[in-house]
Design a protein around this ligand. Structure first.
Ligand code: UD1
Length: 418
């Protein structure tokens, strides 16, 4: 079994260039099928989820060339409109292909995405919106079969500002007949990034990043070249690493305006964060203080993806912190493992009360999902002694070479492959 092994107690120090954003690159790669020409995407992180997305594109008949962080997608040979059930199960977010394939081919057949460790993650909002645009969708033997010779623009109100549903509608609407108006749209920076790429392809999208997005359908899109935004959640994870190890870090390419909720919480806990010419600098040379309450919310509120890394931080803070998880119902799976390392955390429904302890101790723990896995790496860095973390495949879904990145900053971390 592969594991990440960490000897804790070393302050982090150095510079990290923030990788491209996983949650932006996936919809952008899906968007490349909207044209029958070539697109080049720069700053793609080397992640398992990106590999899976490339696999989907290849299965659809696209020709892919890769060079470092650049992925060139030639979608001229796209001949298939289906995604295998196995790939859908492995990467739930591949549902984002639905709107794009439907728009390009007039039909799409994708495996039903299964449940997920962090919650049920229904796709009712995606399907309701696509039906409103004229798609007929039926479920058949674990597959979603969708058809629509020509999607029609319309007004779509999302009952919840779902990131995936907003992206799916944008992908479906860019080549639809007429205008689509999304109200209560998600406002995440990744939505702005997707709109940036689509507009470079010739789409007409206004208002991305606000809760009202307007998409004027155009008959054809062309290929485009685009650089993916930096990953705000990865940047936040490394800021927390500096807080937890009493270290100093410079993050290159981080975008502070994308991280305001987290930066202000870190400042409240005693972190000194400054923007300089070399990047975003963080220092914390004392035990972090607790934080009154963290409630996860849609952007620009506190991101659910930073909840578990933050809980690792709160577990060694001076005082008691309260967490309320409002986005995913099952996102406290890291708690038992943190407790195994000596944390004092009580969960009641969607809330957790964390009483900070002076120090954690190394243990054998298991990551059960991506961000919870990152929380365990953070806890291990701050703990006394050695921690072995299994379930590394979850961490690899979102963090590019986490052990290389951290060891270059002085952390005693290595991967053991069995
Ligand atoms: C995206 C991110 C994920 C992040 C999440 C919230 C990607 C690949 N993933 O996930 O990392 O944690 O945003 O910021 O970008 N919901 C419904 N019906 C739907 C769709 C969503 O009820 O049809 C609910 C979900 O169950 C959840 C909430 O809405 O409770 C938010 O989900 P959503 O914003 O859609 O998250 P994802 O796009 O799946």
């Amino acid at each position: 079994m592969n594991k990440i092994v960490v000897e804790g107690g070393v302050p982090i120090s150095g510079e990290i260039t923030v990788q491209g954003a996983k949650n932006a690159v996936l919809p952008i790669l899906a968007a490349t099928v909207l044209t029958d020409s070539c697109s080049i995407i720069h700053n793609c992180p080397r992640l398992r989820d990106v590999e899976k997305t490339v696999q989907i594109l290849t299965d659809l008949g696209c020709n892919i060339k890769r060079c470092g962080g650049d992925i060139e997608v030639d979608a001229s040979g796209m001949k298939d409109c289906g995604i295998d059930e196995r790939l859908m199960r492995e990467m739930r977010s591949s549902i984002i292909f639905l709107g794009a394939i439907l728009s390009r081919c007039g039909a799409a057949e994708v495996g039903m995405p299964g449940g997920c460790p962090i919650g049920l993650r229904p796709i009712d909002l995606h399907l309701k919106a696509l039906r409103k645009m004229g798609a007929s969708i039926c479920e058949d033997h674990g597959y979603l079969k969708c058809e629509c010779s020509r999607l029609k623009g319309c007004s779509i109100h999302l009952d919840f500002p779902s990131v995936g549903a907003t992206e799916n509608v944008m992908l479906a609407a860019v080549r639809a007949d007429g205008e689509t108006h999304i109200t209560n749209a998600a406002r995440e920076p990744e939505i702005i990034d997707l709109a940036g790429f689509l507009n470079k392809m010739g789409a007409r999208i206004r208002g991305a990043g606000s809760s009202m997005v307007t998409i004027e359908g155009v008959p054809l899109l062309h290929g485009a070249e685009y650089a993916v935004m930096p990953d705000r959640i990865v940047a936040e994870t490394y800021l927390i690493a500096a807080m937890m190890t009493g270290g100093e870090l410079v993050l290159r390419a981080a975008v502070p305006s994308h991280m305001q909720a987290v930066i202000s919480a870190l400042a409240e806990m005693g972190g000194r964060i400054e923007k300089s010419h070399s990047g975003l600098c963080i220092k914390c040379h004392r035990r972090p203080g607790s934080i009154h309450i963290i409630k996860t919310m849609p952007y620009p509120g506190f991101p659910t993806d930073a909840q578990s890394p933050f809980m690792a931080l709160a577990s060694i803070a001076d005082g008691t912190s309260v967490f309320v998880e409002n986005i995913f119902e099952n996102r406290f799976r890291h708690v038992d493992e943190l407790v195994r390392m000596g944390a004092d955390i009580k969960v009641e429904g969607r809330s957790a009360v964390v009483r900070g302890v002076r120090s954690l101790c190394g243990a054998n723990v298991c990551a059960e999902e991506l961000r919870g896995g990152a929380a365990l790496v953070l806890a291990a860095m701050a703990a006394e002694g050695r921690t072995e973390i299994t379930g590394t495949e979850f961490i690899d879904r979102g963090y590019e070479d986490i052990e290389g990145t951290l060891s270059r900053c002085g952390i005693k971390i290595k991967r053991v492959i069995n």
